[in-house]
Write a protein that binds this ligand. Structure first.
Ligand SMILES: Cc1cc2nc3c(=O)[nH]c(=O)nc-3n(C[C@H](O)[C@H](O)[C@H](O)COP(=O)(O)OP(=O)(O)OC[C@H]3O[C@@H](n4cnc5c(N)ncnc54)[C@H](O)[C@@H]3O)c2cc1C
Length: 305
């Protein structure tokens, strides 16, 4: 039986106790503002600390789960047993070398895109409004407005759960639509190398401003959400099908199909994960009945129901 106090006491001895949180509500770490507690949540500042967390977890036979900025997650109401390692807020340096940028996994994409713009480097304009970290974005092969991580990533350095570090080439990462090897293998992304192109600061800025204006108009950015709920089905768009099925504004408990963009589910203030799950199931059933298309969630659902 897993003893959370044992691993907690071990972690606060080997790390700054401020980095280790006991019974931490995950609603504080997800953009949905939903989710029960994690037994332990720990936010390492560097690779050495990460290695120590992995070693302590191994000794207690715990397989930790890694999160970034929590912007693509639905954590269930009873939370998560074990250890969550959050790679965000810390591990966030950016290095420049000509048209190459290397960023730690905890860097926010918004910060990375702005930094690239500041150096007059083009290629990351599409990512400026995606609210995740570099690690989360590579894991998800995040994309928008015709761009995706796959187009700009050269290589990734990742740690396995034994603390070993390996560099993965673009081919080894096996990027696909909203997927990569990091969704299947137990690896923690540490650093990502991007190849961009020389461009004009003014043009890059104009494009980024245009795209953020589009987001402001078309997405419910003021309400807690986790981005697109479903992957894009072949030949159509989830939001279009959901709207055509008459579900815009449909609500279960505190979870609502956004009135602004039917591809998003928003938390109206007191939604539980159960509300969101029921709404997801209702949408899937209705869309399948009307159009014969089974929508597949893009958001990652984790924890205990
Ligand atoms: C308002 C809004 C708009 C959005 N718009 C878009 C969009 O345009 N395009 C798009 O693709 N997505 C979009 N998203 C979804 C989300 O921002 C992306 O999927 C983002 O890449 C997730 O990054 P994250 O750091 O929040 O990861 P999390 O949500 O914390 O985690 C997502 C996955 O990545 C894994 N992960 C995170 N960090 C690491 C790491 N260091 N090593 C290994 N695995 C890791 C997690 O285990 C999990 O499986 C949007 C979300 C919101 C709330």
């Amino acid at each position: 039986m897993f003893d959370k106090m044992k691993i907690y006491n071990k972690l606060i001895k080997i790390l700054d106790p401020a980095l280790v949180k006991l019974d931490e509500p995950l609603s504080k770490h997800t953009s949905f503002k939903i989710g029960g507690p994690a037994d332990i949540l720990v936010i390492p500042r560097n690779e050495e600390e990460l290695r120590k967390i992995l070693k302590a977890s191994r000794e207690e036979k715990i397989i930790p789960y890694v999160i970034g900025n929590g912007t693509n997650l639905l954590v269930l109401d009873k939370g998560i047993r074990g250890v969550i390692i959050k790679i965000a807020n810390n591990m966030n340096n950016i290095f420049f070398d000509g048209t190459r940028i290397t960023a730690h996994a905890g860097v926010l994409l918004s910060a990375l895109s702005k930094a690239a713009m500041g150096k007059g480097l083009t290629g990351l304009e599409f990512a400026g409004g995606i609210p995740g970290t570099v690690g989360g974005a590579v894991c998800m092969n995040a994309g928008a407005y015709g761009g995706e991580m796959k187009n700009v990533v050269v290589s990734v350095e990742a740690m396995d759960f034994n603390g070993g570090v390996k560099k993965y080439s673009k081919e080894e990462i096996r990027f696909g639509y909203r997927t990569s090897i990091f969704q299947k293998e137990k690896l923690i992304i540490l650093k990502v190398c991007f190849e961009l192109q020389k461009g004009s600061y003014n043009k890059i800025k104009k494009q980024m401003d245009k795209l953020s204006e589009r987001r402001r108009k078309k997405q419910p950015l003021w309400e807690p959400n986790a981005g697109s709920t479903f992957k894009r089905p072949d030949g159509s768009y989830a939001g279009y099908l959901i709207e055509k099925a008459g579900l815009k504004g449909y609500q279960i408990g505190g979870a609502q199909v956004s009135k602004i963009h039917a591809g998003f589910i928003v938390n109206k203030g007191n939604a539980t994960a159960k509300d969101v799950l029921l709404l997801i199931q209702h949408i899937q059933k209705t869309v399948e009945e009307k159009f014969g298309i089974k929508l597949v969630p893009e958001i990652k659902i984790l924890g205990e129901d």
